[in-house]
Design a binder for this molecule. Sequence first.
Ligand code: FAD
Length: 481
Amino acid sequence: MANASLYWFRHDLRLADLPGLIAASKAGQVIPVFIWDEALGGDWKMGGASQWWLHYSLQSLAADLSAAGSRLILRRGETVQVLAELLAETGAQDIFASRQYQPWAADLEQKVRDVTESSGGQFKRYPGTLLFEPENVRTGGGTPFKVFTPFWRACLKQPAPAQPQPTPTLLSPDTWPCSDELASWPLCPKQPNWAENWEALWQPGEAGASHALNTFLESHVDSYGDGRDFPAQPNTSRLSPFLKFGEISPRQVWWTAQNAKQSSPDEAGSIDKFLSEIGWREFCNHLVAQFPAMPDRAFNPKFEYFPWQTHSSHLVAWQQGNTGYPIVDAGMRELWQTGFMHNRVRMVVASFLTKHLLTHWREGEQWFWDCLLDADLASNACSWQWVGGSGADASPYFRIFNPIAQGEKFDKAGAYTRRWVPELAEMPDKYLYKPWEAPELTLRAAGVELGTTYPNPIVDHRTARESALEAYATLKNVSVA
Ligand code: FAD
């Protein structure tokens, strides 16, 4: 096969603004390939919700490739072996791909390089997943940043990200290798089908990503600055699963947002705030690229000595949204039922798990990993450690979210909480976040029987807060090298 190459799709499931695909298209014929390597990532292999998204994302990518006169070749197995087989089967010379930053990515890329070179070709790796490469953003002393604000300031001093590139024209090979049927891959749940309604909620794929970004910038960005903390309102972009699977590039987001700033200067503040959240995504990815133990171990080594507790009944109550704290339960049920949770509520439930229940942040990290459609190794690990107090630039451990006050402040009218905890729908606002304080008559009028229709709180807020502070105090005398 003359001048054919493999384009190895990873978490970059799009056709536009993909530097590696553009380079492959310039080199000759392109065979687009996606490999489902179930074991990749070991303990961090892809979780259930992400697998659902992957199915529909691949379906969308295959349709887009077909419309462009190309195909998506699907193979299942160990990545390096499958790529080696494909090189041999097709006679393709080179492999093109986007760089990834998970702790296992560099080793995998080296093995792919070895196997390509041993068959006389080259492995060609391109950026496309982040705005800035981790090696290029350093402190004055040449070390990685550990604090967000100077990190983002340094990013903004870099040359602006390049303008996005359009979808290239893809030349097909003379003959196509065979492909698995997507439907034969067990990516979607069957019995029980916990993702039953998700197709109505999400549109995975490149078109869905553009739609989400444009809708956000046209209709919601003006409320983002002040409104992004209110879970009942559609003020945030919900772009995270699209970004996680690379269905849109961060520089497409960057430039579309910059253009929106030009046409609506009044919204510049909100747009910059939004871009700084994209900056948090960069920060997390840069951190994990440089501190690969982050998903498994406390970034602040003192926290390896924290007296975490194990109460499996507490953990299950948290996972199932039955803690008796309505804002926590609303978030955990939103997660289970939609594969997503609003950022403010993620912080509240994470604080509740690590501080009120003194449960190790890794338990929460793992549950989110399985349940979140946007489960991203770097953002998830860094955010859990941020809330738990052990991370880079972390929220101090003694800052313990009060789940009653958080509900009253960020979901005052209770629309979000009543939606996800319908058994409290009739509770008056005054008692919505502390039903245990409601008079018996009020509870009865709202159809609530504590301990039967809705749980009693599994821990007392004040006592739990004191215990958390005591546990934290034990770290004061810990010295680590
Ligand atoms: P927007 O507010 O519209 O932000 C735009 C984009 O910026 C997001 O899509 C996301 O890519 C990025 N972003 C926003 N906030 C953060 C943040 N704090 N850290 C990193 N990136 C951010 N985000 C993930 O993408 N994957 C995860 O696995 C993940 N796990 C989290 C776990 C916990 C405990 C917490 C507190 C936060 C976690 N986040 C994670 C960050 C954040 O909650 C989500 O990115 C955000 O809620 C996605 O909604 P959005 O797209 O509407 O965000």
